[in-house]
Design a protein around this ligand. Structure first.
Ligand code: 6PG
Length: 241
């Protein structure tokens, strides 16, 4: 079966983009009614503005209807400036009191996080936990989460969470794997700014090349049955002004 092709949604600027995404996230409990909405948050710098937007809804949000997880984490404690959890805590989680589960990457506890996912996410597909939504970014080398080119995690075909040595950064990270990402009901990439235009153009060109995900790992995120959206601002999309 052909891999899922992304739907590209382009907005004029980053503010309009994050507002559109936030409105869809605030509305998710309308379609996930029997339990909290399970969302895996992206790290890096791009999503911070989305999390800040999410934290100021136009009308009250019942944050008990959401449960947050992470797509990846650096091997640092939460108070470290590089912590993805720390960024999301300051931008969103501390403002909403929403339930969230940190990846203890600095302790290497990947198996414990995989166990947590199995326990907290009731919906399964082929034994894999089904996130209602996974938010992801993309690096200029085409990595996503902590699935970097040439790293071992790209070959993980069974586990949902692994520690991944990233020699290009001289570090080890915890990351969701392709099995976990591709089981999701929705995968949304948030890609903004002129600096991402080149990598997005390269990734578009590689969409039909099965081997391209080795070079640009974000291309390996092709949910089997879920929705795949690349949310872009015009600057990143390369669309005519
Ligand atoms: C991380 C992220 C990573 C990120 C990209 C893009 O831990 O760094 O999970 O995959 O999405 O590196 O980062 P920026 O948003 O900072 O460009």
């Amino acid at each position: 079966m052909a891999a899922a092709r992304p739907r590209e949604i382009v907005h004029e600027n980053t503010d309009a983009l994050v507002r559109a995404i936030a409105e869809k996230i605030w509305a998710l409990p309308q379609s996930v009614t029997s339990r909290p909405v399970n969302i895996a948050l992206a790290g890096g710098s791009t999503p911070k503005c989305l999390y800040e937007e999410l934290a100021k809804p136009p009308k009250p949000v019942d944050w008990s209807r959401f449960e947050f997880f992470f797509g990846d984490e650096r091997s640092v404690p939460p108070e470290h400036p590089d912590s993805n959890f720390g960024m999301a805590r300051d931008a969103l989680l501390a403002k909403t009191g929403a339930k969230a589960h940190r990846m203890a990457a600095e302790k290497g506890e990947a198996e414990a996080y995989a166990k947590l996912l199995g326990e907290r996410i009731g919906e399964k597909r082929g034994g894999l936990p089904v996130f209602d939504l996974v938010l992801l970014g993309v690096g200029n080398d085409g990595h996503t989460a902590s699935l970097f080119p040439g790293t071992a995690a790209l070959d993980e075909a069974a586990k949902t969470v692994v520690m991944n040595d990233v020699p290009q950064l001289e570090t080890r990270r915890m990351t969701l794997t392709y099995p976990a990402l591709n089981a999701a009901a929705r995968v949304w990439f948030l890609i903004t700014g002129e600096g991402k235009r080149e990598i997005i153009a390269r990734c578009r060109a590689g969409l039909d090349d099965e081997s391209a995900k080795r070079t640009y790992p974000m291309l390996g995120v092709r949910p089997a049955q879920g929705e795949l959206v690349w949310w872009l601002d015009k600057a990143a999309s390369g669309k005519a002004k």
